[in-house]
Design a protein. Structure first.
Length: 304
C-alpha cells in the first residue's frame, strides 16, 4: 500500500499530488517492489532488508540516495501473548524525495516530534527519535505488566505467570539488541554528518538522539537485569505456595482420618464394650469430635 505526504507549514500532511516528496510503502506488493527497484534504483537486497525483522540497523550510501534501515517496535496484539516484537523500517533519502518502506501500518508522523519539520533530512532524524520514544512507551507497558504478574504470582502457583515473565524477558532481549543496533546507526550518521549535509540544527538534533538512545538502552538494560535477577525468587514463591497448599491438604486429611479411625473402631463386627448401652452412638460422636479438638490443640501447640 502506497501513501503520500507533503510538508505544509512545517507539518507533514497527507497528499494526493504526483510530486509528493514523501512516499510511504506499507508491505509493498510485487508491483510496488518492481517500481522501487527499477524506477527508484533501490537495491533489491537493501529493500529486502527493510522488510526483514531480523535485519540489523545500518547506513549505506548509494550513487543517488542514502539508504537507512533502523529498528522500531511493532504494534502489540493479544495474539502475541506478551511477546513484544521488533521490526525493521527502511528509509531511502533522495535529494528531493523521501521513500519509507515498512512491513506493517505503523503511525510514522504522530507525536510532538513532528510538530515542526522543515526538511526531508530532519524528517529522517525525527523518525529515529520517534522510534526511541516508541521503545520507551513499550518499556512502561512492560513494567506495568510485570508488576501485575508479580502480584498474581504472590497469590497463585500457576506456571503460566512465570511463563509470561519469561516471555517479557525475551522481549527485553530483543529490545536491547534493537536499541543497541540503532545506537550504532546514529553514531554512523554523526560521523557522516558532513557527507549527509546536515545543518547546525540537524546536528544538534542528532546529538540529542545519541543521548536519548543511550538512556533508552540503559533503561532497557535495567529492566532486563531486574527481571532476570528476580526470576529465581518468583519461582521459589511458586514452590512455596505449593508447599503451603500441600500442608493444608495434609492437615485436612489428618483431620478427617482421626475421627474416621474412632468411628471405625466402634464399627468392627466383633463384640465391643458398651454396645448394649442406650447412648453408645452419642458417646462415639463425642469421642470423634474430641479427637478433632485434640488434633487442633496439637497443631497449635506445635505451630504447624
Amino acid at each position: 500500500m502506497k501513501t503520500q505526504y507533503d510538508i505544509v507549514q512545517n507539518r507533514i500532511v497527507p497528499s494526493d499530488g504526483a510530486q509528493s516528496p514523501i512516499l510511504v510503502f506499507t508491505n509493498p506488493d510485487e508491483h510496488e517492489k518492481k517500481y522501487l527497484i527499477e524506477e527508484l534504483k533501490i537495491d533489491e537486497h537493501t529493500l529486502a532488508s527493510a522488510l526483514d525483522p531480523d535485519e540489523l540497523a545500518r547506513l549505506e550510501f548509494e550513487p543517488d540516495h542514502t539508504a537507512i534501515i533502523f529498528k522500531r517496535p511493532r504494534n502489540y496484539s493479544g495474539k502475541d501473548k506478551l511477546l513484544f516484537k521488533v521490526g525493521s523500517c527502511g528509509v531511502f533519502l533522495f535529494k528531493t524525495r523521501l521513500v519509507i518502506v515498512q512491513t506493517e501500518d505503523l503511525a510514522l508522523f504522530d507525536g510532538k516530534q513532528f510538530a515542526n519539520v522543515q526538511t526531508l533530512t530532519e524528517t529522517v532524524l525525527k523518525l529515529l527519535y520517534r522510534s526511541i520514544f516508541h521503545f520507551l512507551e513499550h518499556l512502561k507497558i512492560i513494567t506495568l505488566i510485570t508488576d501485575e504478574l508479580e502480584r498474581k504470582i504472590n497469590k497463585a502457583m500457576e506456571n503460566k505467570y512465570l511463563l509470561n515473565l519469561f516471555t517479557l524477558e525475551k522481549s527485553l532481549v530483543y529490545y536491547l539488541n534493537s536499541i543497541n543496533s540503532n545506537g550504532g546507526l546514529i553514531e554512523k550518521l554523526k560521523n557522516n554528518s558532513v557527507k549527509l549535509g546536515l545543518t547546525t540544527g540537524e546536528s544538534e538534533l542528532l546529538d540529542d538522539l545519541i543521548i536519548e538512545n543511550n538512556q533508552c538502552y540503559r533503561q532497557s538494560e535495567i529492566h532486563s537485569n531486574i527481571l532476570a535477577s528476580l526470576m529465581d525468587a518468583r519461582a521459589s514463591i511458586v514452590g512455596n505456595n505449593l508447599n503451603v497448599l500441600m500442608k493444608t491438604l495434609n492437615l485436612i486429611t489428618i483431620s478427617i482420618m482421626v475421627p474416621t479411625l474412632v468411628v471405625s473402631i466402634f464399627s468392627m463386627n466383633v463384640p465391643i464394650p458398651g454396645q448394649e448401652q442406650r447412648h453408645s452412638f452419642w458417646l462415639i460422636m463425642v469421642l470423634a469430635v474430641a479427637s478433632v479438638g485434640a488434633m487442633m490443640w496439637i497443631w497449635k501447640r506445635k505451630k504447624w
